[in-house]
Design a protein around this ligand. Sequence first.
Ligand SMILES: *Cc1c(COP(=O)(O)O)cnc(C)c1O
Length: 393
Amino acid sequence: MNKLIYLDNAATTKTDPRVVEEMLPYFSEKFGNPSSIYSFAAANKEVETKQRDRIAKSLGAKSNEIYFTAGGSESDNWALKATAEAYKEKGNHIITTKIEHHAILHSADYLEKHGIEVTYLDVDEYGLIDLDELENAIRPTTILISIMFANNEIGTIEPIKEIGEIAKKHNILFHTDAVQAYGHVPIHVDEMNIDMLSASGHKFNGPKGIGFLYIRKGVKIRSFIHGGAQERKRRAGTENVPGIVGMGAAAKLAEDSMAERAKQESDLRDYLINRVLKEIPYSRLNGHPTKRLPNNANFCFRFIEGEGMLIRLDMKGICASSGSACTSGSLDPSHVLLAIGLPHEIAHGSLRLTLGEDTTKEDIDYVVDNLKEIVKGIREMSPLYEDFLKKNK
Ligand SMILES: *Cc1c(COP(=O)(O)O)cnc(C)c1O
């Protein structure tokens, strides 16, 4: 096989073979519908409860506060749209940020067309929100604060505990899109005053198409998918039993190995960052130097266009990303890089490398060695770079 170095773990992760093994019996052997009465199928109800317990425990939540969904996008849509509906008597104002995933931004956009007012908080040059600005944005009509736990492009981790305190003080619900954070950094819903939390199986070595929404007991959120009585009548549809088993298994593995994995990944991440900044001229790190996900590195290279860099990396067997997977294909620079204040031409030259537990130092060396050559090669063909060199002689 040709060389393949996968550094796009923020887009998706490989399903751990141990997870696949746990899932397999639930396709062709134990395939019963958990809602059926006979014991062959009803056993799957218990299996499901076991996974709910596993996930709840990892968050300091209760089992009946975990609702299975079809992934992060559904959880985000549910949290925003159903809260807006359920709390419309209380108010019609939501606070979020300019750097959310599109599952949040486009849901907010939809709500704005239906009478909801949305405040999009700015972030600083590192991607952090300002807590005073958050508090000042609160109105008597504010029903929800939705701020992501960690950003999927630049890896910045927001001050979640402090945001939770502000939300609690003003008696406003707090939802966090924790799709990039869950399974990677410790999360405790009580200590952080989180009322709702979105996560997705395929971002922590579980399968795709399965996720969950944590909903604190007492939150009045409505059903989003109408039909049968599954998920305590709040999310209809025959459960994705293999997916649920896989996500539960992945959650357990992620929790057990978290500290060790975070250390290993962040050591390699810092090695990568140091080499790039030192060896590639006119490069910069995007995101916060320390308040960032253990596996995320995001750079901008001046006089470079992201797509060209990705194609050349691909020819070397390196999987990476520029902007986010959802936006590549469009020519607009990433909304996150614009929000941290980068001008268009610099935001266009971004590269996101996200490590996994299998990433080695040799992989990083191979990537940096090739990246140096690629950046140099592209710049040599750039008239802008030539002008720049002349002026700076
Ligand atoms: C991947 C991602 C999502 C979407 O999750 P899916 O399971 O792919 O629908 C939402 N938010 C963030 C921050 C993500 O990284």
